[in-house]
Every structure is written in C-alpha cells, then in structure tokens.
Design a protein around this ligand. Structure first.
Ligand code: CDP
Length: 206
C-alpha cells in the first residue's frame, strides 16, 4: 500500500529538512522535487533545450552539489514556469508518490497537482528574512560565497515567479496544514510534522 506526504512551500522554508526527518522517522522514501527542476535548469544554463533535458534526466545528476548554487536555483524557477517541462516531470513524481511503503515529496505543487489525494499535506513557510538568513547560512556552509541582501532579493524574485506562473503555481492546498517556522525551531517543526503524519498513519493506511 502507498502513503503520500506532500510538503510544499516557498524557497528555503525548511521543507527539505522536515521532509528528510519525516521520511527517516517513518521509513518512507523521500524525493526533493526541486532537484528535478534544478537539474533541468542547470542543463538549460549549459545551452540545452529545457524540454529535452527534462525528458532525459538521469538519477545521478540529482546528486551534483552544483545544483545548490543560487544561479541554478534561478534557472530552475525559469524552466519550472514552462508547462511542457512540468508535464515531462509529472509521471516520475506521481509514480514516486504512490510507491509501496510510503513516500514524502517536497516542492511547490505536490499537494495541489502531483498528489492532490495525499494522505498528509503540509505547507511550510516563514518570513522572507528568516528564510533568507537560513539560506545564506546554508550557502556559506557549503562554501558558496553570497551577500545576505542578494540572497534575500533572489529568494523574493523566485517566490514571485513561482507564485505568479500560470501552471502549477506555488500555493497552499486548501486541506494542507500550515506550518509557519518563523519562530519555530527546526526540531519543533519536525515534531509537528511527525505528529500530523501519525494522526493519519495511525489509521493503518500504508
Ligand atoms: O531549496 P529551495 O526551496 O530554494 O528550492 P527548490 O525546492 O530546490 O526548488 C527550486 C525551484 O524549482 C523553485 O524555485 C521552483 O521554481 C521549482 N520547483 C517547482 O516549480 N515545483 C516543484 N515541485 C519544486 C521546485
């Protein structure tokens, strides 16, 4: 049986950390769907047609640390606005969401488009400043030089593009639980997410 946890939200809201922790806690598989768009964005930066890139992605490409750079994030949000690119990545994500044993997917449209029937939906957010501070620290930790003001501006521009695009825009599903992590430690946010999953998982849906 399958069990899907859909985690959406704007850039650097803590989706990835929460998704990884929930997956580890319940023994579910985890897909960071942003990596798919980042991998396509990266290939587009190298001059490749984004649709062809989306149709020929290889799993090992998703592990490349270069995908974490701000330039690739920006390119990802541009290719993510292309309906054909999104379509080319849909089947893979839907199959992942329904794999046996449970799955956690994080992204922008998991609870609205990829898995609208997900057993648990979370929408993770935080203030712009808090998100930019976290992303800035994360980039420095990875050895990527960046100014805080640039990180904040990039994140706002990317969120605006993600919210305003015509296809699968960033949006909270009506039935998603809102998790505002502005004043919540990551441990507290993870605990809340785990409790939300337990409420459904306890009903033996897997
Ligand atoms: O890590 P961060 O939250 O900054 O970004 P990400 O989740 O890696 O996503 C990078 C970009 O991919 C986003 O800005 C979106 O434009 C796009 N994306 C999307 O459109 N749909 C998804 N399900 C996941 C990411």
């Amino acid at each position: 049986m399958s069990f899907c946890v859909a985690i959406d939200g704007p850039a650097a809201a803590g989706k990835g950390t929460i998704a990884r922790a929930v997956a580890a806690h319940f023994g579910f598989a985890h897909l960071d769907s942003g990596l798919l768009y980042r991998a396509v964005g990266r290939r587009a930066l190298q001059g490749e047609n984004p649709l062809e890139a989306a149709r020929s992605l290889r799993p090992e490409e998703l592990d490349d640390p270069v995908l974490r750079t701000p330039e690739v994030a920006e390119a990802a949000s541009r290719v993510a606005a292309m309906p054909e690119v999104r379509k080319a990545l849909t089947d893979f994500q839907r199959a992942f969401a329904r794999r046996a044993g449970g799955a956690v997917l994080d992204g922008r449209d998991i609870g609205t488009v990829i898995c609208p029937e997900a057993e648990v939906k979370l929408f993770v957010t935080a203030s712009d400043e808090v998100r930019a501070r976290r992303r800035h620290a994360e980039l420095l930790e990875r050895g990527i030089e960046a100014e805080f003001e640039d990180v904040l501006a990039d994140l706002r521009a990317r969120d605006a593009r993600d919210r305003e695009r015509a296809v699968a825009p960033l949006a909270k599903a009506d039935d998603a639980l809102l998790l505002d992590t502005t004043e919540l430690s990551i441990e507290a946010a993870v605990n809340e997410a785990i409790r939300a999953v337990e409420r459904r998982y306890g009903q033996g849906r897997v």
